[in-house]
Design a protein around this ligand. Structure first.
Ligand code: AMP
Length: 542
C-alpha cells in the first residue's frame, strides 16, 4: 500500500519560489567586481532567475545542456544558480584558479554551451575561448556599458542586456527530481579532473540537512556570509540552504582579504560565516593587531582542510565565536560531518570540550560512514584505530560524469581517500589523505596532527608535513614551514616546541623553511608538488 501524501518533485526552483513567497523582502547583499555594494531582495532575485531561464530558452538550449560560470560569489551568480538549474539545464561552476589548460579541458569534457563570466576573468576567457569548442555563447556578467569592446571573444554580450530582453513571466517547469542540476569537477591533483553531477533531489536534501541545528543551524534570523566560493561545490550548499530558510545573504565578491571580509561582516551584521582556514587566517591576522572585535558574528563553519586548533581557540576564546569544524568533499555535495557537542558534553570542563571541537565531527543524517582496513574489514569506533573512510548516502556520488574512472563504489560505499578515526560517540577525526599518511617503523603518523602543532607556534604562517624515505624507519616526517612576515624562529626552536605535545617518534626529524607551500585551486596544500620541490633534500643521518 502506498502512502497517500502529495507527490511533488524536490526541485531547485522550489527553493527560490519558497524564498520569494515567504521571505520576499529578505536581503541579498553583494560586493561587486566593480567594488560597490549591491543590494536587493529574494523577490527581485527570483524575478531575475526567471529571466535567466527565459534567456536560456531563447538561446534554444536543451534540457540538461550545460551552462558554465567563472564567477565570484555575487547576486548574478546566485541568479544563475536558480535560472540555469530551475529551467532544467545543468550549472557547471568552473574554478577560475585552475590552470587555463585544465579549464579548457573541463569545459570541453562537460560540453558546455554557454559561459557566463565576471569581468575579472576576461583575460582568462580571452586565453581559453578558442580552445572551448562547444561553447556557443559568451556572456559577461556586467552592465551593457561595461561590456569590453574588441575583446576578441565571439558574440560576447552583457548579462544585463541578455536579461533585459526577457519579461520574467515564466512558470518553472516540473520534471524528475533525479535530473542533473549542477556539476563540479574535483581538484584533480592526480590525472584529469572528474565531475560530480548533482541532482535536484540530492541538492535539495543536502540543503535541508545543512540547515539543521546540529549542522549549520541556519534560520531566517541569520545573515550569512559564504566566503567559501560558489565556484566550488556550490559554496557548501549555502545558496540553497539560505533560500530554504529565508536567511539574509551577504556575498563578498572578489574581495577576500582580511580587511574587506571583516568590514563586510560588521557592516551587514553577519551572524554566520563559512570558509576555509586560509581565509580566516587572513581575517584574524587583520583583526588582532588592530584590536578589532565582532559585534554580530556568532558562529563560523570551517572546513575544506583541517582547521588548526589554534584557529578554533582564537575564534572561541578571543572573539566568542563558535567554530563548527566540517568535513566533506566535492563527491559529497559536500557535507559529511560537522562538529557540534552533544548534551552529555555540557558538563565537561572546557579543555575536554575543546578536544571534541578539534575533531571533524559527527555524521549528518543522510550520510553513513565507516572506517575499514586494507582488506575492507570494518574497524572499531574507539577513537584510536585509524582506517580508510568510506561513506554512503543520497547526496554522495554513485559514479562520475561520463563514467570516468569506472565504478568508484565498493559494496555500495564510496571510498573517500581520507584516513581517520571514529570514536564511540561517532565523532570522526581525519588524520590524513591516504596518499599522505607517513608510515614510520610500522606505525602511522598523522601529518595533520604534526602540522596542527606547528601552526600553534606564533612565528608559523603555514606548515606542511611530508614523509621522507628513511633506511631504517621506512619513512620519517619532516616539516616545511613558511614564517609569518617579520617573525623568526629556528629549526631547533620548532623541534623543541613539539616536546610534551606529541609522542617522541612523531616529532619531525627536520624543519625546512620555504617561501611558500604550493597550493591547489581550492586552497589545499599540494604535497605532491612540495615533494617535487624537496626532491634533492636528504634527511639528516639518512
Ligand atoms: P574537495 O573535494 O576539493 O572539497 O576536497 C575534499 C578533501 O578535502 C577531503 O577528502 C579531505 O581530504 C579534505 N578536507 C575537507 N575538509 C576537511 C577537514 N575539515 N579536515 C581535514 N581535511 C578536510
Amino acid at each position: 500500500m502506498l502512502g497517500l501524501m502529495q507527490s511533488q518533485p524536490l526541485l531547485i526552483s522550489g527553493l527560490i519560489e519558497f524564498a520569494e513567497r515567504h521571505h520576499g523582502d529578505a536581503e541579498i547583499v553583494s560586493r561587486r567586481v566593480e567594488g560597490d555594494i549591491h543590494r536587493y531582495t529574494y523577490k527581485d532575485s527570483a524575478q531575475r532567475a526567471r529571466q535567466v531561464a527565459q534567456a536560456l530558452d531563447a538561446l534554444k538550449l536543451d534540457f540538461s545542456d550545460r551552462v558554465a560560470t567563472l564567477a565570484w560569489n555575487g547576486y548574478r551568480h546566485f541568479e544563475l544558480y536558480y535560472g540555469v538549474s530551475g529551467s532544467g539545464r545543468v550549472l557547471h561552476t568552473i574554478n577560475p584558479r585552475l590552470h587555463p589548460d585544465q579549464i579548457a579541458w573541463i569545459a570541453n569534457h562537460a560540453e558546455d554551451q554557454v559561459l557566463c563570466f565576471d569581468l575579472s576573468f576576461l583575460p582568462l576567457v580571452q586565453t581559453v575561448h578558442a580552445r572551448c569548442s562547444t561553447i556557443k555563447h559568451f556572456i559577461a556578467l556586467c552592465d551593457e556599458d561595461k561590456l569590453p569592446k574588441d575583446s576578441g571573444i565571439p558574440h560576447l554580450i552583457s548579462y544585463e542586456r541578455w536579461l533585459g530582453e526577457q519579461s520574467g513571466i515564466y512558470a518553472w517547469p516540473s520534471f524528475d527530481e533525479n535530473s542533473a542540476s549542477s556539476m563540479c569537477y574535483t581538484s584533480g591533483t592526480t590525472g584529469n579532473p572528474k565531475a560530480a553531477l548533482y541532482s535536484h533531489r540530492s541538492s535539495t536534501l543536502h540543503a535541508y540537512a545543512a540547515a539543521l541545528p546540529d549542522v549549520m543551524c541556519i534560520s531566517a534570523r541569520d545573515a550569512i556570509l559564504p566566503v567559501v566560493p560558489m565556484f566550488h561545490v556550490n559554496a557548501w550548499g549555502i545558496p540553497y540552504s539560505a533560500a530554504l530558510t529565508g536567511a539574509k545573504l551577504v556575498f563578498p565578491g572578489p574581495a577576500l582579504d582580511g580587511k574587506s571580509v571583516y568590514e563586510l561582516i560588521e557592516a551587514e551584521k553577519v551572524t554566520f560565516a563559512a570558509g576555509v582556514p586560509t581565509v580566516w587566517q587572513m581575517m584574524l591576522g587583520h583583526m588582532k593587531p588592530a584590536g578589532l572585535r565582532f559585534s554580530t558574528l556568532k558562529r563560523t563553519v570551517i572546513g575544506g582542510s583541517a582547521c588548526p586548533p589554534a584557529m578554533i581557540r582564537a575564534f572561541n576564546e578571543d572573539y566568542g565565536v563558535e567554530v563548527l569544524h566540517a568535513w566533506g568533499m566535492t563527491e559529497m555535495s559536500p557535507l559529511g560531518t560537522l562538529c557540534t557537542l552533544k548534551n552529555k558534553h555540557d558538563a565537561l570542563p572546557e579543555v575536554e570540550k575543546m578536544k571534541i571541537r578539534l575533531k571533524q565531527g559527527r555524521a549528518i543524517y543522510g550520510v553513513d560512514m565507516k572506517i575499514v582496513d586494507a582488506a575492507g574489514k570494518e574497524l572499531p569506533w574507539d577513537g584510536k584505530t585509524s582506517g580508510n573512510l568510506y561513506v554512503k548516502g543520497p547526496w554522495i556520488v554513485r559514479e562520475y560524469f561520463k563514467s570516468e574512472g569506472g565504478d568508484p563504489l565498493v559494496d555500495g560505499w564510496f571510498p573517500t581517500g581520507d584516513v581517520g578515526t571514529i570514536d564511540a560517540d561517532g565523532y570522526l577525526q581525519i588524520t590524513d589523505r591516504s596518499k599522505d599518511v607517513i608510515k614510520s617503523g610500522g606505525e602511522w603518523i598523522s601529518s595533520i596532527e604534526v602540522e596542527n602543532i606547528a601552526m600553534a607556534h606564533p612565528a608559523v604562517a603555514m606548515a606542511a608535513c611530508i614523509g621522507m624515505r628513511h633506511p631504517k624507519w621506512d619513512e620519517r616526517p619532516i616539516l616545511a614551514v613558511v614564517k609569518k612576515p617579520g617573525m623568526d624562529t629556528s629549526r631547533e626552536e620548532l623541534m623543541r616546541f613539539y616536546e610534551g605535545k606529541t609522542a617522541k617518534w612523531q616529532i619531525p626529524d627536520d624543519v625546512v623553511f620555504v617561501d611558500a607551500i604550493p597550493l591547489g585551486a581550492t586552497g589545499k596544500m599540494l604535497k605532491t608538488k612540495l615533494r617535487e620541490m624537496l626532491k634533492d633534500y636528504r634527511l639528516p643521518g639518512a
